[in-house]
Design a protein around this ligand. Structure first.
Ligand code: NG6
Ligand code: CA
Length: 513
């Protein structure tokens, strides 16, 4: 396997600009493949056919898995979006900061321009860098007072992305417009944009005051502030006009921009962070995906996600760059069924279990919170149809990709990230000895290949509507993970030595910086 990789690296070399040509000092010995990170939103471990999904077909993702390695014990850093994405893009644990919780649509940039990002690393190695899709890491310098009618004073261009076409936060949070390179895309001067997360604008309807205007989706919880496209959102906004997105077109819009980015950088190397809105709420896929799964809107959103992946793959093939492109596909956190809209996701599961064998789900300290699908494909270099049980975490992507490129990271950057390149490329099965997981309630857990420890805490036992178990308990929890479904019986009392070891790992990690 190693021999094969080395051979391919040799073959690839002529395609890539040399360090001298680009003026950078990166040389990892494997050339400079294009790198695409496809980050789904709230896609569960078992929401894809190749991970055992029922009632939904995902032929494109399955094909991607056939050209690479499928990981069965991979983890996001956190069980919600903002901290998970922060960690992936910086190589630093979100819980070391107190401002990385689920961000509002008017949050200031959480990754500040002075912090070294994954995009900075690629840029320093001579890559063109792009971010397309869901952002959810804040924009501008000051939260709550961005002027959405002018270029934002700081945006993704300041943290290493040459190009960006993004949603500021989530589809259920205002502002409901795309931001392209720090400016509202398709800006409509006749409808200036105002955003407020505290109070409504006079005379503007809300889901609460005018439920009859919610003609596309009704909330099951919250989501009753401004109405855009017949759907209630979190936060208030006014204006937008032609720039407002239509939820049914989001997948098309972001895919078109991702495909254009790939085509215009086909001579490479490029790094593309493609973060889909699917399968986050509000789930409102395009008509052509309606009824394509046996599970209603949530299943149809998975089909739509699979289509996006197919378009990316088709573009790589058509451009003749598939063999020189490393694709990583994963999700930002575990799955949720009812996440605040009455889309019948729960009722229509028909036996499908989005978390697969894991307990809990999005928000949770149980494994369902952070256990995610994770596929690495690099045709011709990474072995085909591979499967790896190695314990891996998003936190290590930064250092591993740096290792691939031979990049030297500035002191103090990506300090929680380790080089696991060989594992990610399926060359060995040596995973981490432990990963740290963060729940939505700031509860940390330690997972080793065999054990799981959840620190004691006083939070509630269930997340509101979704009825997901939070995993919160006022006592230390220790689970024997040698059987996958085994977060059932707390064995802390029976294994004080292991419990102590797990607690020590967490204490040391907490105190490390
Ligand atoms: C919650 C929202 C949920 C989702 C989540 C963030 C309600 C009732 N729930 O507060 O719908 O938006 O935040 O999800 O408003 S994440 O995947 O972006 O972290
Ligand atoms: Ca998410």
């Amino acid at each position: 396997m190693f021999f094969l990789s080395a051979l391919y690296a040799g073959c690839l070399a002529p395609l890539s600009a040399s360090a001298e040509e680009t003026g950078d000092s990166c040389s990892g010995g494997r050339g400079k493949p294009n790198v695409i990170v496809i980050l789904a939103d709230d896609l569960g471990y078992a929401d894809l056919q190749c991970y055992g999904a029922r009632n939904v077909r995902t032929p494109n993702v399955d094909r991607l898995a056939q050209t690479g390695v499928r990981f069965t014990n991979a983890h996001a850093v956190a069980s919600t979006s903002t901290p998970s994405r922060y960690s992936l893009l910086t190589g630093m644990y979100s819980w070391r900061r107190d401002d990385t919780d689920i961000a509002r649509g008017d949050a200031a940039m959480i990754i500040r321009p002075g912090q070294y990002s994954l995009a900075d690393m690629f840029k320093d190695c001579g890559y063109s860098t792009g971010a397309v899709g869901k952002w959810h890491l804040g924009l501008g310098d000051r939260g709550g007072c961005q002027d959405w009618n002018a270029p934002l004073p700081s945006a993704l261009g300041d943290i290493g992305f040459d190009y960006s076409y993004i949603m500021a936060a989530t589809a259920d949070r205002v502002p409901c417009v795309f931001i392209e390179n720090g400016k509202v895309a398709n800006y409509d001067p006749s409808a200036p944009i105002f955003v407020n997360y505290e109070k409504n604008f006079e005379g503007e309807p809300t889901g609460q005051s005018n439920p009859e205007l919610l003609y596309n989706l009704k909330p099951s919880h919250g989501h009753d502030m401004s109405i855009v496209n017949g759907i209630g959102r979190i936060g208030y906004m006014k204006g937008g006009g032609k720039a407002l997105w239509k939820d049914e077109d989001i997948a098309d819009s972001i895919t078109v921009h991702a495909v254009d980015f790939i085509k215009s950088h086909k001579d490479g190397p490029f790094f593309l962070y493609f973060a889909t809105n699917d399968v986050h709420v509000p789930r409102f896929p395009h008509d052509r995906f309606r009824g394509q799964s046996g599970m209603g809107l949530r299943g149809d959103a998975i089909v739509q996600f699979d289509w996006c992946v197919g378009e990316i793959m088709r573009t790589l093939e058509e451009q003749g760059i598939a063999d020189n492109t490393l694709v990583i596909l994963t999700s930002d956190n575990g799955p949720v069924v009812d996440d605040g809209y009455d889309d019948k996701a729960e009722e229509l599961l028909n036996g499908h279990c989005p978390t697969g064998p894991w307990r809990g789900g999005k928000y949770s300290a149980f494994e369902g919170g952070t256990a995610v699908p994770f596929i690495v494909s690099w045709p011709g270099t990474v072995r085909e149809n591979g499967e790896s049980e190695a314990l891996v975490s998003h936190i290590d992507l930064f250092s591993s990709l740096a290792s691939l490129l031979g990049a030297k990271l500035p002191k103090g950057s990506a300090t929680d990230s380790r080089d696991q390149l060989g594992t990610f490329l399926g060359e060995n099965s040596e995973g981490r000895e432990y990963v740290i997981e963060q729940s939505a309630y700031h509860v940390l857990s330690v997972r080793t290949p065999n054990w799981k420890y959840i620190e004691p805490n006083d939070g509630g036992k269930r997340v509101w509507g979704p009825m997901i178990e939070t995993g919160n308990e006022p006592v230390p929890q220790l689970y024997d993970m040698r059987k996958t479904s085994s977060e059932k019986r707390n064995v802390a009392d029976r294994h004080p030595d292991i419990l102590f070891r797990m607690m020590s790992i967490l204490r040391k990690e907490r105190n490390r910086q």
